[in-house]
Design a protein around this ligand. Structure first.
Ligand SMILES: *[C@@H]1O[C@H](CO)[C@@H](O)[C@H](O)[C@H]1NC(C)=O
Ligand SMILES: *[C@@H]1O[C@H](CO)[C@@H](O)[C@H](O)[C@H]1NC(C)=O
Length: 787
């Protein structure tokens, strides 16, 4: 699968199909397996856009998304997953597994436990495309799966004989196991209807990166062979699973209160095929059954696939690209990136047992620290209606739980990584004018983040607001009331500053003048952790760049953290959520020094002017200090715009794509984080890169000759067209731009371009030009009066 870089650039200009690609073609380019090895943690199975049900195999190896393409064995097929997460393995509840028969045709000889039943899978049997996944195990059983929003449909195809060397008849046993990927189940019941074989049950589980527990219910029905027997299996005194056949005409009454699972056995089915329909629900078993019955009354496998494909086509239909002259892989990575961005958050509307509300409920915001930067801005362009529903969800979470989430999965509060970055997501929607949002409640939620420290700031809000308000930074020796990790003092400081800036944008428009003054003041607090005489060095060798963010004590005295600590060059993995996690979350202070999106003009002056800034930014990218596989690395790709060097942003983007984002199984440089990497890639290739939270897109040339995007709310089409397009990407410097025929010299553009549509014509050349370089061409900054 992997192609050597040199070869890659040679084949880039071999012409692929040249026509303008429409939605039907787009599906053919999507490869859900990209990022299923080496830490991508992508879920490759079957799902609808934002679907609750995600059916896929669960393997050994890296199981965050269920399946690792480098794994050896499959342990089951589960219906609930998350994609790309960096925390523990998420969900994977109630996996099912099929045996073609049991040794000696005796049910007690079948293997029930995960580690006993696990089977190798046939390497080239995997087929993955939107709404469909297939794999064959070494027991010669092929499993295909597809989904609706609340149910999965599996098709098992069995060999004629269960065991090549035994004369046992084909008699499929299909079991469901009351576990999840991380084996966190407590409680739980399994019920059997011995007449129909319907299996139902429940369990209580842990979220993968948060606090609390959630209950989940399932309902399983079969079609294919005639029912032979059904039952549950329980643990005997030696801990060995023991099948209990249930023959009573009434369903098992749950007397065996904590069983391990349930099963049904069948006589040989026609065509050796069995269909298994699984509904799930967070509400009840009845709801799990009605979900499945409503969405898949007919067990129609092919129809379900085509409905899933239609759902994906509808989502992708809003984008068209002209890929003339490009290698096919450039479209593969583009469409697959968009696809991954739409796997989560998951639409659980009607499935939230926590409160009653007429508002939508989306879940798996996993996590907003990752998603605010590129996922939500991309959804705002491609699917503003869904983005609106997500914003309304966040506000409804605030109404009922008192706080906007910073991370949320499986109905539970996830861990906070930095500031309260839902503030950025809300501001982004506000400045881009998304309709039908209760901004009064939204504003109230933002003010709460800015003003009230929660009792436990590991799961919501911001800790240390006393210091924030009083000192203007989070001290490294901060001792705030409440519970929460007292780490990340510097990265939290710069994130709080940006969060408050985002709130100020709403204050201004909503007429809260005093708040505007207060929050723009706080937006300048990043400077309080900037130490101007701080030298920086790598392996004892001075970089020449003086001045860097540094931790500071409560008494104002500087504390110290090596500016490159937690970069790939020094202790890269020491800045996570642990009590000795350092002062900069998942990255170095050298990198965090660039995080002043609200006032890049002031940062550039602080760092010694445009040339010094540009040189330092080059150094960040070229020294090895920056890890492009983590989301804080995205904006620095484009920050050359603020120094009047937009061509360098374009060149920098090409230095990462496709070398770090490509169509191979390991084509994602880090955890995809529910589409974080995919959305960055798609935005970069579309050419207009959003500064999340602001009405600002930085203009670079698309990677295609032309990109068209239809706005889902207004129906208007925005076209970005490259003139003198060079498929070898040697000419990526913008010479001039016309917007609807008029000269456009600013190196940025607002969301009105997407909302109202229009044509942006970009003339390209090989050399940097004067375009977008003047003071008045630069994107807005707080200190230069831009906001
Ligand atoms: C299938 O794979 C499992 C796990 O590697 C192994 O234990 C089992 O013997 C294999 N079965 C067959 C039929 O090859
Ligand atoms: C594809 O991307 C991965 C992850 O960033 C990278 O390790 C690999 O070298 C890239 N492959 C090619 C051919 O560029």
């Amino acid at each position: 699968m992997a192609i050597f870089p040199l070869l890659y650039s040679l084949i880039l200009h071999i012409t692929a199909a040249a026509e303008f690609s429409g939605p039907k073609r787009a599906l053919d380019f999507i490869d859900p397996l990209i990022g299923t090895i080496n830490g991508g943690h992508v879920f490759p199975g079957a799902t609808l856009p934002f679907g609750m049900i995600k059916a896929g195999p669960d393997s050994d190896g890296e199981t965050q998304g269920g399946f690792d393409s480098n794994s050896n064995v499959v342990r089951g097929f589960a219906h609930m997953h998350d994609s790309g997460t960096g925390g523990g393995s998420s969900m994977g509840n109630f996996p099912i597994f099929a045996h073609a028969g049991c040794p000696d045709d005796a049910v007690e000889n079948c293997k029930f436990r995960k580690l006993e039943r696990q089977s190798s899978w046939i390497k080239d049997s995997v087929k993955a495309r939107p709404g469909y996944f297939a794999i064959t195990l070494n027991n010669s059983i092929s499993t295909e799966m597809t989904v609706t929003s609340r149910s999965a449909l599996y098709k098992f195809t069995f060999p004629d004989k269960p065991f090549p060397n035994q004369n046992v008849p084909l008699s499929p046993l299909i079991l469901v196991d009351l576990t999840d990927l991380s084996d966190t189940r407590r409680d739980g019941k399994a019920f059997v209807d011995p007449k129909t074989g319907r299996l139902t049950g429940s369990g209580s589980f842990n979220p993968s990166f948060g606090r609390g527990r959630y209950n989940l219910y399932f309902c399983m029905d079969f079609q294919g062979g005639d029912l032979r027997q059904a039952g549950i299996y329980v643990s005997n005194e030696q801990g060995v699973p023991t099948p209990l056949i249930i023959t009573e005409s009434k369903p098992d009454d749950g007397e065996h209160s904590v069983p391990l699972g349930a099963f049904a056995r069948f006589h040989a089915p026609e065509n050796n095929e069995m269909l298994v329909r699984v509904g799930t629900s967070f509400m009840s078993i009845d709801k799990a059954c009605s979900n499945a019955e409503r969405e898949q009354p007919d067990f129609d496998f092919d129809d379900t696939i085509s409905a899933a494909e239609d759902a994906w086509s509808d989502k992708l239909d809003v984008v068209k690209v002209d890929s003339k002259g490009l290698h096919r892989d450039m479209e593969v990575i583009f469409w697959s990136g968009i696809y991954r961005t739409m796997i989560s958050p998951q639409d659980y509307t009607g499935e939230n047992p926590l409160w009653e509300s007429d508002e939508p409920y989306y879940d798996s915001f996993y996590c907003i620290w990752d998603s605010f930067r590129s996922i939500h801005p991309l959804l705002t362009i491609l699917d503003p209606r869904s983005q609106t529903l997500m914003i309304r969800t966040l506000i409804d979470v605030y109404r009922h739980e008192g706080w906007l989430p910073d991370c949320r999965m499986s109905l539970c509060k996830g861990f906070t990584q930095g500031g309260s970055n839902a503030d950025v997501v809300l501001a982004d929607a506000f400045v881009k004018g998304l309709p039908d949002i209760d901004w009064e409640a939204g504003y109230e939620a933002l003010i709460k983040d800015a003003e009230v420290s929660p009792r436990d700031w590991d799961i919501e809000g911001r800790g240390g607001l006393e210091s924030w308000k009083g000192l203007g930074y989070i001290p490294s020796d901060d001792k705030p009331p409440g519970i929460g990790l007292r780490t990340r003092s510097v990265s939290r400081t710069v994130e709080y500053a940006y969060n408050d800036f985002c709130i100020a944008l709403l204050s201004k428009s909503l007429g809260h003048e005093d708040d505007y003054v207060k929050y723009t003041e706080r937006a300048r607090f990043w400077k309080n952790v900037y130490r101007e005489d701080q030298p920086t060095s790598i392996n004892g060798e001075d970089t020449g760049y003086v001045g860097c963010l540094q931790p500071r004590l409560t008494n104002g005295v500087w504390d110290y953290q090596d500016p490159i600590h937690c970069s790939p060059l020094l202790n890269q993995h020491s800045c996570y959520l642990n009590s000795d996690g350092g002062e900069s979350y998942e990255g170095s202070l050298f990198m965090y020094t660039f995080y002043v999106p609200q006032d890049m003009a002031s940062l550039i002056t602080t760092l010694g002017g445009a040339d010094a800034f540009t040189s330092r930014l080059d150094f960040l990218h070229e020294s090895g200090l920056l890890y492009i596989g983590n989301e804080q690395a995205f904006l620095p790709v484009y920050q050359y715009h603020y120094a009047g060097r937009p061509a360098l942003s374009a060149k920098r983007a090409h230095s990462y794509i496709p070398s770090h984002f490509n169509a191979s199984l390991n084509g994602i440089p880090g955890n995809d984080d529910s589409g974080g990497m995919g959305s960055f890639l798609a935005l970069a290739m579309m050419g207009l890169y959003p500064v999340a939270g602001q009405d600002v897109y930085l203009i670079t040339p698309p990677f295609f000759k032309e990109v068209k995007i239809r706005n889902g709310v207004t129906g208007k089409v925005a076209t970005v067209r490259n003139v003198n397009f060079d498929p070898e990407y040697e000419a990526v410097c913008i010479q001039s731009v016309k917007r609807d025929g008029e000269e456009w010299r600013r190196n940025w553009i607002g969301h009105d371009f997407f909302a109202e549509g229009g044509l942006l014509e970009i003339v390209l050349g090989k050399e940097e030009s004067e375009w977008g370089t003047r003071e008045e061409d630069l994107p807005p900054s707080l200190s230069t009066g831009g906001f």
